[in-house]
Design a protein around this ligand. Sequence first.
Ligand code: URA
Length: 434
Amino acid sequence: MRMYDLITKKRNGGVLSPEEIVYMVEGYTKGDIPDYQMSAMMMAIYFQGMTKEETLQLTLSMAHSGDMLDLSGISGVKVDKHSTGGVGDKTSLALTPMVAACGCKVAKMSGRGLGHTGGTIDKLESIPGFHTDIAIDTFEKNVNEIGIAIMGQTKDLAPADKKLYALRDVTATVDQISLIASSIMSKKLACGADAIVLDVKTGSGAFMKQEADAVSLAKEMTEIGNGAGRKTIAVITDMDQPLGYAVGNALEVIEAIQTLKGEGPADFTKLCLTLGSYMLLAGGIAETKGQAEEMLRQTIEDGSALTKLAEFIKAQGGDPAYIYDPSLFQLAKIREEVCAKESGFLQKIVCDEVGICSLLLGGGREKKEDTIDPAVGLVLHKKKGDPVQAGESLATIYANDPEKLLQAKERFLQAITIGAEKPEESPLIKQVIS
Ligand code: URA
């Protein structure tokens, strides 16, 4: 087989056979196929697309390019959850302890921030000592004993995806639905969970700005997951404004803790109950969605979800005192209100811009090697549809650098539209695809 012939075939709209895809992924992972040939192949796929069979084979080949975790030694159904990324999306922080407190086993691989979106690992690392570089046997032991473990992508998990993702990032081939679906799902399959709940975001703060694209991505991912024998459900959810009020690493951990105490924002609490109920159904813990939601609400009321979060943080080296006393988090020294210039209704928030404000403050990375400042970010005081008076605070900015504060403030004001008409409400949960 020759890579040249495979590139020609795909360029001309042909369908690659399973053997050809295996040859290409194995050759690229080993370094036998050079970046320039793989770049040409990615661009050919970008324009010609892939069939369902090709996408499934690409995903399986990437998943099998490294370690495949075997969680069969852990009793019960192991469930993973994945979000395609958003702003203020701290869902995993609150959702996983709620679900684990109901007896469901959560074996989760998480990522770091990407572009304007935050990452679960960066947020959890706001808690002193917490880390996700745990050995596989510790991961398995924690899932078994505590009910939750979270690890990052190691060099041995789906290494083909790691290499290909970096290549796509610099060759303008990231935003192709089959390539995104196979990239995400290869990591999910390698991580070994039996069931996967996907939160596919759509709106101005999501990678998929249009709902139709989010639906196509969700369909591809659920087909891959179910085709690979893992029960997979996707929920399409709104990301046209930040989720909850807090955006920024430590600020989001604090909001997740408040949610587990029953004092969280309504939209964020609803999302946790919805995704959590699909996790409990997939895990065989509940029989109906109503029963699942009731069980999850109970973990907030009786404090068991908060205790579970503290247990999980401790097991991965973090200081659980922060969970019981969030005032221990050292937030940024400079706090400034951003005030409305006019009265009316908050009509629109360009959500990815709010993510960029947090990034500019130091809450995200401009370059791969940048370190995160966990103390910075924003807390919104108004959401879409809220009435606003001129001079009223729209958000508090937490900054450690006056220059960055000015940039973020300017950008935040540009991202907001206030007008006389109350905007139409857009539903948080848009569709469920299984
Ligand atoms: N996240 C991934 O893991 N892969 C993609 O291709 C896009 C987002």
